[in-house]
Design a protein around this ligand. Structure first.
Ligand SMILES: Cc1cc2nc3c(=O)[nH]c(=O)nc-3n(C[C@H](O)[C@H](O)[C@H](O)COP(=O)(O)OP(=O)(O)OC[C@H]3O[C@@H](n4cnc5c(N)ncnc54)[C@H](O)[C@@H]3O)c2cc1C
Length: 514
């Protein structure tokens, strides 16, 4: 049986960029559960952050990222992110990612909580699509073997070290085993956990569930970022209305037309995402409405149509000309800050197992991600993963000198007499209502009792939908368990029964299988 040097699970920015670097070092197999371009990456709109502008610096990017992370960023990881960003952008330019330019230079825009314009974009608001298409084209013409429609169902570990994976080929319904020296998880996030989500339906927390079951440490799962502005139109998926729309001058108004954000935060419409999301929830309650609006009607129409062609067209074909009418929006689940715990080389607690991209928790986002830092995190840490696999000795801060953390495992739940039927929409509804933007002890306990009961009664998975439902239920359990344990509010985690940030909680929760 073949043994690959590298097996990479996932074909978003993290998986494909890692694959292109890995092919210089050995044999590579990419396994992905849909087609190569099925991922969240291709939906990224706003762009990718890097301190390359005249008025910017790596120090400023570092400071903005630390400030957004609300006390929980790993400072060393953030320093690496900000310092290595310009070099990784140069790599993407060399790979021919067509970033937009103005006056012969790469154009930069500003997003919430960035102190200067620092966001590179491509095709206006189609950055992710351009990156994904560019990388997948390079992978297709390379020697890299790609298995599409193949779902990884188990990480194989022997004597504490990874040896390969088991996977289900959805086309043949057969299971196969693949062996490797290095296994790189690049499986993305878990946004599909929630009823309203900007994520693609591939985001089912598979990598987190697989890694936990294999014995890896999982951390920061209580920190789920809800994007404040996803389109809220009947029968339309919550399509993202990028933050850069507000960065270019768009403002939020409630159903009465009132511009409310200056009442909530000095940065008004460009306040951190968690503040804007909660402010919208309060305004929706106050006005008994299920939406607020983004208003760009005061901007010159050519700015709207050239800077946001994708959003403009998406709304136009649904009967809304955003240069004339208000855009109905509401918050939606968007990005998981937590994930498989790694050090600054992408190494997990299992030998030979690496994690990169949204599935990983490198510590760069802390309790709240700074906009446009996730595409960047993927490329910066992909490069470090491959560097680590080629070097014997690397420096890494010992765990004991890092930030404080507490280890926990899943709690024992009470047995419910009646359990609602377990299915995807019931799970998404439960997570949205009980473990969403605003949580408390009672809602989280209710969620956990039901999740525990579902875990006990879900049948053995046999196909992709049933594996995904299992993984999502598991990921939901980890989110709710961590959210219940953290008795404070910080970053994206807001508890109405503990609404203040507490110094004692400046630490991470690490979940590990008993
Ligand atoms: C609408 C939207 C807009 C965004 N805008 C921005 C932005 O402007 N800037 C920014 O920095 N970030 C943005 N983000 C976040 C960013 O896009 C993601 O965090 C990033 O693209 C994740 O990349 P990834 O490679 O880690 O995962 P993904 O791109 O999600 O790829 C994961 C891959 O893993 C595969 N996979 C998963 N499980 C399995 C399995 N069990 N077996 C085999 N394959 C599997 C999937 O099929 C997929 O190919 C946005 C996200 C969304 C949803």
């Amino acid at each position: 049986m073949d043994k690959y040097d590298y097996i990479i699970i996932g074909s978003g920015i993290a998986g494909l960029y890692t694959a292109l670097l890995a092919k210089e070092q050995g044999s590579v197999l990419v396994i992905t559960k849909g087609s190569i371009e099925d991922c969240n990456t291709r939906y990224a709109q706003g762009g990718i952050a890097a301190a390359i502008g005249k008025d910017d610096s790596r120090e400023l990017h570092f400071r903005d990222t630390i400030a957004a992370g609300d006390g929980l960023c790993n400072a060393e990881a953030v320093r690496i992110l900000a310092s290595e960003a310009p070099a990784r952008i140069a790599d993407l330019v060399n790979l021919e990612v067509p970033f937009d330019t103005a006056n012969g230079e790469i154009a930069l825009t500003k997003e919430a909580a960035h102190s200067v314009p620092r966001i590179l974009h491509a095709g206006g608001d189609a950055t992710g699509e351009h990156i994904e298409v560019t990388l997948s084209r390079k992978v297709r013409v390379s020697q890299i073997q790609v298995l599409e429609d193949c779902l990884v169902t188990e990480i194989l570990v022997d004597n504490g070290a990874v040896i390969g994976v088991r996977a289900l080929d959805s086309r043949t319904s057969l299971f196969e085993t693949f062996h490797c020296r290095f296994l790189i998880l690049a499986t993305g996030g878990a946004g599909h956990l929630y009823k309203f989500s900007t994520n693609s339906d591939i985001a089912t927390g598979d990598g987190i569930a697989l890694a936990y079951k294999a014995g890896a440490e999982i951390t920061d799962m209580e920190f789920f970022q809800f994007h404040p502005t996803a389109l809220r139109m009947p029968g339309v998926t919550p399509f993202l209305i990028s933050e850069s729309v507000r960065g270019e001058g768009g403002v939020l108004r409630n159903v009465d037309g009132y511009r409310f954000m200056p009442d909530y935060h000095p940065d008004a419409d460009l306040a951190p995402r968690d503040v804007v999301s909660r402010s919208i929830i309060y305004e929706m309650k106050k006005t008994s409405s299920d939406r607020v609006f983004v208003d760009v009607t005061h901007l010159p129409p050519y700015v709207v149509t050239t800077r946001f062609p994708h959003i403009y067209r998406f709304c136009l074909v649904r009967g809304l000309d955003i240069t004339r009418g208000l855009i109905p929006v509401a918050p939606a689940a968007h990005y998981l800050m937590g994930g498989v715990k790694t050090n600054t080389w992408g190494e997990t607690s299992i030998e030979g197992l690496f994690a990169v991209g949204e599935v990983a928790c490198t510590g760069v986002h802390g309790a709240n991600r700074l906009a446009s830092n996730s595409l960047l995190e993927a490329v910066v840490f992909s490069q470090r993963v491959i560097e680590r696999t080629t070097k014997e000795n690397v420096s890494e801060i010992p765990d004991s000198e890092k930030e404080k953390s507490t280890r926990c495992s899943l709690s024992k739940r009470k047995a419910l007499k009646e359990v609602p039927p377990a299915n995807l929409s019931a799970l998404q509804e439960l997570m949205w209502d009980k473990a969403g933007i605003i949580r408390d002890r009672q809602s989280l306990n209710e969620a956990l009792d039901i999740l525990d009961a579902w875990q006990a009664c879900l049948p053995e998975p046999t196909d992709r939908p049933s594996y995904e439902l299992n993984n999502l239920t598991f990921a939901g359990r980890l989110v709710a368990e961590s959210a219940l344990a953290r008795e404070e509010s910080r970053g994206a985690h807001f508890r109405s029964d503990f609404s203040k940030k507490l110094p004692d909680w400046q630490r991470h929760l690490i979940l590990i299988k008993k």
